[in-house]
Structures are given as structure tokens and as C-alpha cells.
Design a protein around this ligand. Structure first.
Ligand code: MTE
Length: 337
């Protein structure tokens, strides 16, 4: 069990969102860590620099994942001069409200999530809609390791080595029609295995929904991740399939995806629906546009503590301006936050 010390600098969406949104906060259920099976570790040691993953807990990778790992392009993208966040922090300081509102709740409770079998539906404005078993969904794609900054709207950040493939690969495959303008993503909704949904602590309208403009979704930086730190995704990080859009606040990177729909209208997304004055549809990391309750000019890079707060300046588009700024030319980023 984790013991957390509250800090004045700890901004939490659950605290800053209007009080009416949260009725009660905690839902603690016993959870179990994934079983220990070291099958991916020898490959990892050979293929990548093992020292970067010194603290990784081995997972219990399904066969298809272990096979895919063999062809992985390691360090396809990295962040120069910034340390990778220790595995322990990336997996024990999480936001995954389906498993509770406190940062330690997902690690504590997400053991109940059943990640196999897993089905992903792709539908809407596409020429080739489909319903796929996860392994078939991933099979045609080569995994790449992308080491990205993750900047939460709550003003903390991490550097995480993801394993995934470009979202654009899937979108091209399903052939969007001329009407498709946005991509809508949906998380699994299963109150039986997701105690945060049962607790009634939040007025979140499940399922958790996120969205991107189609041109944002086609940007090569946007990936669908199936792993991190050289192994499959831990449940608390969004197993078995999550989105990663590194130039946007972390809430856009929706976890445990079951449905991807190409749509004509801008989708209603979870946090924008709950508190539209605080969380926008675009949610681009932007140090010049503050959250109504705190500055976005700086961030706390984890791990951080009382004596080493590890505070740094937040970068425009989280440091990915060269790759994505052109998506927003002519758009007022102050009103389209
Ligand atoms: N996806 C779902 N389904 N539910 C959530 O509560 N939280 C978001 C995002 N994806 C969330 C989610 C938020 S607020 C953040 S900051 C990131 O996940 C955190 O990802 P991490 O826990 O892997 O660091």
C-alpha cells in the first residue's frame, strides 16, 4: 500500500474540477500485480540498453507480444539529455479514474482488468470497418520504441519509453471516407473489473472518451502503444492498447481502448464535457496559456521530492513544436485550449 504525502504543489484534476463533480473519492480494492514471467527480459537485454530499464518489473506478456518484440526498432525516437523516469514512478503515479481517483489507486486496483481476450472495433466513416482480436489488430505493424515526454495538465511530467506503432498506419488501412474529420476513441466500460466506476466517486460519464482532429491523428508522432520499458503495458498504464499524443496534455492519451471511430463532428470528450472552462478539446501543451487555477509555465518532473522538486520550464507543444506547430497555423491557441 502506498502512503502519499499531500503537497501544496500537487494539483489534481479531481480536486480542481468543480466540487460537484466528485461526490466521494476512494475506492480501494485488493489488486494483484501481474504474474512474474521473465520471457521478454533476455530479448530486452540483447536488443536495447538494459541499464535504462534496470528497475523494470517483468510482466506476463502474451505470446503475440513476445513475438512482436523480436522485430522492434529500438529508440526510434528519443529525448536528448533528459533521464527516463524510473519504471516504479511511471507505474505507481497514475491517472486512470476507472480504478480510483488517487495516484496510487490504479496500481493497487487495476489487477482486476482482464486484458485477454481483447477486441478493438474500428467503425464510422471508413471504407473498411472491422472488429479485431487485439493480436490481429497489431499483427501487420512493426513495433517501435518511442521515448517521449508525458506532460499532465496537472503540471507534472515524465519521460517514458513506449512501444507502439503510428496511429496513421491503422487509419490508412481502414480508408477514411471524405466525411471523416475527427477520430473518436473509447475506453472499455466494465464496472465489474473497474472499481472506480462502481464507487460513484465521480460524475464522469463512462466510458472515457477522447478525440483528435483527423490531421492530428495522422501526425507521425501519434502512436498506439502496446508496451513500455521493453515489456507489455502494465494494466494501470492502459493495457492492452492506449493512445500516446506527446504534444498534448496527458488526458488526451486515452487508455485501454476498445473502439476507434472516424466521425464527421468533433466528439464530446470526457474532461471537456465535465469542465469545459478548464479542459479543452485541443489540450495542446502550452506554457503561455495557464489553467484557470494554476500556471502551465512550469512542471514537476518525476521523481520529485521536497528537497529536490525537479521543476523545469514547460516547452511549447511539450518540445515537439517542429513536428506539430503547422497543424495549428491560423488557430487561436488561447481560445482553442
Ligand atoms: N484514460 C482513461 N481511460 N481514464 C483515465 O482516467 N487519465 C488520463 C490519461 N488516460 C485517463 C486516461 C490522464 S489525466 C493522464 S495524465 C494519463 O492517462 C496518465 O497516464 P499514465 O498513468 O500512464 O501516466
Amino acid at each position: 500500500m502506498l502512503i502519499k504525502l499531500a503537497r501544496a504543489s500537487d494539483c489534481k484534476m479531481s480536486e480542481v474540477t468543480s466540487e460537484s463533480v466528485y461526490l466521494s473519492r476512494r475506492a480501494l480494492l485488493g489488486g494483484s500485480l501481474a504474474g512474474l514471467a521473465a520471457s521478454v527480459m533476455p530479448r530486452l537485454g540483447l536488443a536495447a540498453d538494459p541499464s535504462r530499464y534496470a528497475d523494470v518489473e517483468p510482466g506476463n506478456a502474451p505470446g503475440w507480444f513476445a513475438e512482436k518484440l523480436g522485430g522492434t526498432q529500438w529508440q526510434a525516437m528519443t529525448v536528448q539529455g533528459e533521464a527516463i523516469t524510473p519504471f516504479k514512478d511511471a507505474t505507481h503515479y497514475n491517472n486512470f479514474y476507472e480504478f480510483g481517483a488517487d495516484k496510487g489507486d490504479p496500481a493497487q486496483n487495476a489487477g482486476s482488468l482482464k486484458t485477454a481476450p481483447w477486441t478493438v472495433v474500428v467503425d464510422g466513416e471508413v471504407g473498411k470497418p472491422g472488429r479485431y482480436a487485439l493480436e490481429d489488430f497489431v499483427k501487420p505493424h512493426h513495433l517501435q520504441e518511442r521515448i517521449y515526454r508525458l506532460r499532465c495538465v496537472e503540471a507534472w511530467s515524465m519521460v517514458i519509453p513506449w512501444l507502439g506503432f503510428p496511429l496513421s498506419d491503422i487509419l490508412k488501412q481502414v480508408e477514411p471516407t471524405s466525411k471523416a474529420r475527427y477520430v473518436r476513441f473509447e475506453t472499455l466500460q466494465d464496472p465489474k473489473t473497474m472499481p472506480g466506476m462502481r464507487s460513484g466517486f465521480a460524475l464522469i460519464q463512462w466510458p472515457y472518451v477522447e478525440g483528435l482532429r483527423l490531421d492530428e491523428a495522422m501526425n507521425p508522432l501519434a502512436i498506439l502503444a502496446v508496451g513500455m520499458y521493453g515489456r507489455e503495458l502494465p494494466n494501470q498504464n492502459g493495457a492492452p492498447l492506449r493512445l500516446v499524443v506527446p504534444w498534448k496534455y496527458g488526458f488526451k492519451s486515452i487508455k485501454s481502448i476498445v473502439r476507434i471511430s472516424l466521425v464527421e463532428e468533433q466528439p464530446q470528450t470526457t474532461w471537456q464535457g465535465l469542465a469545459p472552462d478548464e479542459y479543452g478539446f485541443y489540450a495542446n501543451v502550452n506554457p503561455t496559456v495557464d489553467h484557470p487555477r494554476w500556471t502551465q509555465a512550469r512542471e514537476r518532473r518525476l521523481p520529485s521530492g521536497l528537497f529536490s522538486p525537479n521543476v523545469r520550464e514547460t516547452l511549447m507543444f511539450n518540445g515537439y513544436a517542429d513536428e506539430v506547430a503547422s497543424l495549428y497555423s491560423g488557430l487561436d491557441l488561447r481560445t482553442n485550449y
